[in-house]
Design a protein around this ligand. Structure first.
Ligand code: HEC
Length: 200
């Protein structure tokens, strides 16, 4: 038999600090867990409407999901599709829209929006050109809605494109529509010579 390398005295010596730690830890109460609190959907007599859940204040922005305004998220309000962008139109927004459009949409709708992208050339059904009068007249919320909910044979892009980017794309489609129907007068004077080839 081998000699016991851990005699009782030594074992006690080791066990004692462990026991002290254990006693200290088991002293912790569940006060934090058991404190008075509202659980989901529980009522409250504190507020007039009897609900413990408080409505979201106007203008609240979620850190996780961004803007929570229903019209911003759905592209529609009680009067129908939004006719104006619900966020400020800027060059940055259009550049972002262009970048996202070229990634997600141009494969089918083509870079110009004429609906003859590479996937369509390979046999996918051809969407209507964004230059079509019906789509030129469509409110900007219409495009947002198509991205969000899909349209006929086109899938929804809601889980790949966050709402802010959907609006940026919708704004960019508007820019594409203008670009294909513009006259020289729509071009800022200082860049006109680049288009006409005339020297300044
Ligand atoms: C895989 C190809 C494909 C991609 C990618 C795609 N679409 Fe489409 N889209 C279509 C087709 C096809 C239709 C027509 C569907 C139908 O009529 O059944 C369509 C329809 C639409 C319509 C409605 C047009 C109308 O006639 O009223 C809009 C708006 C639209 N797409 C925008 C977009 C935007 C914006 C993106 C990028 C976020 C996008 N699509 C990405 C194929 C695509």
């Amino acid at each position: 038999m081998t000699k016991n390398r851990f005699p009782l005295k030594r074992r006690l010596k080791l066990a004692l600090p462990l026991m002290v730690v254990f006693l200290l830890l088991s002293g912790c109460g569940r006060n934090m867990f058991d404190q008075p609190k509202y659980t989901a959907s529980s009522g409250s007599s504190l507020f007039e409407d009897g609900s413990s859940a408080r409505p979201i204040l106007e203008g609240t922005v979620s850190r996780e999901f961004g803007n929570l305004n229903p019209a911003f998220l759905s592209g529609q309000d009680e009067t129908g599709f939004l006719t104006e962008l619900p966020l400020p139109l800027s060059e940055d927004l259009l550049l972002r829209g262009q970048q996202r459009y070229n990634i997600y949409c141009a494969v089918c709708h083509n870079y110009s929006g004429d609906g003859r992208g590479i996937i369509v050339q390979k046999g996918f059904p051809q969407p209507t050109s964004f230059q079509d009068q019906r789509l030129r007249d469509a409110p900007v919320g219409y495009f947002y809605n198509a991205i969000t909910n899909g349209f006929g044979r086109m899938n929804s892009y809601a889980y790949r494109i966050p709402p802010e980017d959907r609006w940026a794309i919708a704004g960019y489609i508007r820019a594409l529509q203008v670009s294909q129907n513009a006259t020289l007068d729509d071009v800022p004077e200082d860049v006109r010579p680049q288009l006409t080839g005339a020297s300044q």
